[in-house]
Ligand binder design. Structure first.
Ligand code: NAP
Length: 313
């Protein structure tokens, strides 16, 4: 199998990866961007993005990602689908082994994002895709006029709960505390939505159902007293945050205790020379499309400088 050699390879096609592609392509570095089977990152599972500057009426997440991809391609980014299984730990040049090919690059920009966190409760894994989901925009329409449950208290959970009222007859929002973590605007929308009932101070204990008939009910337990209750529901959407996709590099790149890649202050530099990390892979605090795009830009400019310094040296 032929090994593709590049000055810059970018892994990941969310806002961070595609912004890094736009910048490195415009710098004439002819980047190769590799993404897995579900391109576009988490924004492809979002509906309206109302806070990305430049879109006063909002923009659909998948549309925004398609526009970013078109912009990256316009300046010569090569985009490939492959699942990278291994990255060499010996530094630049980096060797990447994928299912379809192998690749080598002088600088590597990691923008692999994060994946939904799961609870590990009985029924969750078994019924995933059969009434349990982590993506309201993908699966919400399957539950028209049914009772839907969302787990979580952050912006994602509130956004999903609101969105799901378009389909469900009623939406339960189950939160483990007595106060939402979500931003005020999102929390207000949930509070004002008559189709949403917030079940405060409760945790999901079990999801009951079968693959044939889907989800039937959930058992909840009170966070303090442990008292249990059962509610009938046809769907459970888990929206309790994310886990960074750092497993390919976490054995040799410094990561924090939650797996987020550590980068130098005000930089996307990692402890490995020539390896840069951007977006949700590295940012556990802001995790916005616009901040991911900003850090993708930084990674591209830092990779460009790194290559220049090496040429000069
Ligand atoms: P998040 O802010 O980390 O919230 C996770 C929620 O899940 C919290 O309410 C947390 O409870 C709960 N949770 C975590 N582990 C749990 C467990 N084991 N059992 C029960 N509940 C659990 O995650 P997010 O909502 O995905 O948001 C991530 C970031 O994206 C945030 O910065 C958010 O502002 C942003 N975002 C923005 C938008 C938007 O503006 N349109 C939409 C989505 C996300 P506690 O509160 O008790 O910790």
């Amino acid at each position: 199998m032929e090994r593709q050699k590049k000055e810059v390879i970018i892994l990941g096609s969310g806002p961070a990866g595609l912004t890094a592609a736009v910048y490195t392509a415009r710098a004439n570095l002819q980047p190769l961007l590799i993404h897995g089977p579900l391109p576009g990152g988490q924004l492809t599972t979002t509906t309206d993005v109302e806070n990305y500057p430049g879109f006063p009426e909002g923009v659909m997440g998948p549309d925004l990602m398609q526009m970013m991809e078109a912009q990256a391609k316009r300046f010569g980014t090569e985009i490939l689908t492959d699942t990278i299984e291994e990255i060499s730990s010996t530094g630049s040049p980096f060797q990447l082994q994928g299912t379809n090919g192998s690749y080598e690059c002088d600088t590597l920009i990691m923008a692999t994002g994060a994946k939904p966190r799961l609870l590990g409760t009985p029924g969750e894994q078994e019924l995933m895709g059969f009434g349990v989901s982590t993506c309201a925009t993908c699966d919400g329409a399957f539950f028209r006029n049914e009772v839907i449950t969302v787990i979580g208290g952050g912006d994602s959970a509130c956004e999903e709960a609101n969105f799901l009222t378009k389909f469900g007859s009623k939406v339960y929002l189950v939160h483990r505390r007595g106060e939402l973590r979500a931003s005020k605007i999102m929390a207000d929308r949930v509070m004002k939505n008559e189709k949403i009932e917030i079940i405060w101070d409760h945790q999901l204990k079990e999801i009951t159902g079968t693959k044939k008939d889907g989800v039937q009910s959930i058992t909840l337990s009170h966070s303090e007293t442990g008292e249990e209750q059962t509610r009938e529901t046809a769907a459970v959407f888990i929206a309790i945050g994310h886990i960074p996709n750092s497993h390919l590099i976490s054995s040799f790149v410094d990561c924090d205790e939650n797996g987020y890649v550590n980068t130098a202050p005000n930089s996307t530099r990692t402890n490995i020379d020539g390896l840069f990390a951007c977006g949700d892979l590295q940012d556990h605090e802001w995790r916005q499309a616009i901040t991911a795009a900003g850090s993708g830009c930084m990674a591209a400019l830092e990779a460009e400088r790194w290559l220049e310094a090496r040429h000069d040296g």
